[in-house]
Design a protein around this ligand. Structure first.
Ligand SMILES: NC(=O)c1ccc[n+]([C@@H]2O[C@H](COP(=O)([O-])OP(=O)(O)OC[C@H]3O[C@@H](n4cnc5c(N)ncnc54)[C@H](O)[C@@H]3O)[C@@H](O)[C@H]2O)c1
Ligand SMILES: O=C(O)C(=O)C[C@]1(C(=O)O)C=C[C@@H](O)C=C1
Length: 288
């Protein structure tokens, strides 16, 4: 289906796409590109890629599909570098966690978002980074959101959709700004809470003792605070408007929760916890 795939950023997301397509027999050759030479050599050793170049322009030569899986802040530079080297008919897509910034980056590089660029986002991941963390099943039965814009060619969207389906994913389409608002709420805000909580506790003087007595609740809630700091700095800055709005809204809710506790309002606390539990049970039933 794909003759030559160029993966720019062979980490968890790019490496898992390459692995999944290989396992599905849906790709011929995979060419990798990245900043870290040891990571690329390891990717080749593991059979995730066939060969690599550290120059993105060289890596995309002759590729019919190009997948950008670099941190958000690196997207514009990569687009600039690959632009003159893309093969005629090549489709470019990405796996970045924020979509408005990718569309803006493409507009800045090409004058307007080009027809061959399909912004995308697999809603799947882990707290681990690098090619060692990549696995073929990451996208199976998970959602991938594509956010084509007015200029995007429908045939390019179809090809990217078929690529993700070959990985076992369910593909949906969404408006760019709606995507960024929804993900600010369901992904970016929870990461801020986890990073913020761990940092607050770690900076308390008695933190050694605190962590010694932290059990399952703390562990479950804070798993995502082990995620890549660079990746999350970039996501926050790329989605700053929607994320700031969500943080503002949540701060108000948190202050209200603190007031209910201070005022010993057991009835309201019970109502809030029951509402939240019901919503989470519904969510869990839906994903099962
Ligand atoms: N980790 C997740 O759970 C998750 C989920 C969905 C989407 N994403 C998005 O996918 C992208 C990649 O995330 P990841 O988790 O695979 O990160 P990762 O750290 O595992 O991999 C990123 C790779 O990009 C390379 N890289 C960085 N800057 C580069 C540059 N300028 N040129 C070429 N290569 C460069 C790094 O060397 C690294 O190998 C990010 O945009 C992230 O927001 C991550
Ligand atoms: O499960 C995790 O560790 C993740 O953080 C994955 C997760 C998320 O669910 O928030 C993180 C960032 C994304 O862009 C998509 C998925």
């Amino acid at each position: 289906m794909i003759a030559r795939l160029a993966v720019i950023g062979v980490g968890l997301i790019g490496g898992s796409l390459a692995r999944a397509l290989r396992e599905a027999g849906a790709v011929g050759e995979v060419v990798g590109c990245g900043r870290s030479l040891p990571n690329l050599e390891r990717a080749r050793e593991l059979g995730v890629i066939d060969r690599f170049s550290q120059d993105p322009a060289e890596a995309v030569v002759g590729a019919d599909m190009v997948f950008l899986a670099v941190p958000m802040r690196a997207m514009r530079g990569v687009l600039e570098t690959i632009a003159p080297a893309l093969a005629p008919g090549a489709v470019v897509t990405d796996g970045g966690s924020v979509k408005g910034s990718v569309v803006a980056d493409a507009g800045a590089v090409f004058g307007a978002p080009p027809p061959f660029l399909v912004p995308g986002h697999p809603i799947a991941g882990t707290e681990r980074s690098g090619v060692e963390a990549a696995f073929a099943e990451l996208y199976r039965d998970r959602r991938v959101i594509l956010t084509p814009v007015e200029q995007t060619a429908p045939e390019a969207v179809d090809r990217v959709e078929a690529m993700w389906r070959a990985c076992g994913a369910e593909v949906t389409r969404m408006d760019v700004s709606h995507h960024d608002e929804v993900l600010a709420a369901t992904s970016h805000l929870p990461h801020m809470l986890a990073f913020g909580l761990v940092d607050t506790l770690a900076r308390m003087r008695e933190n050694d003792e605190i962590f010694r007595y932290a059990a399952g609740g703390f562990r479950d809630f804070t798993r995502i605070a082990s995620s890549s700091p660079e990746m999350w700095r970039d996501i926050c800055l790329a989605n700053r408007e929607a994320l700031s709005a969500m943080l503002g809204r949540f701060s108000v809710e948190l202050a209200d929760l603190a007031r209910l506790i201070r005022e010993e309002d057991g009835d309201e606390l019970l109502a809030l916890f029951a509402r939240a539990r019901e919503a989470r049970d519904r969510y869990i039933d839906g994903v099962r």
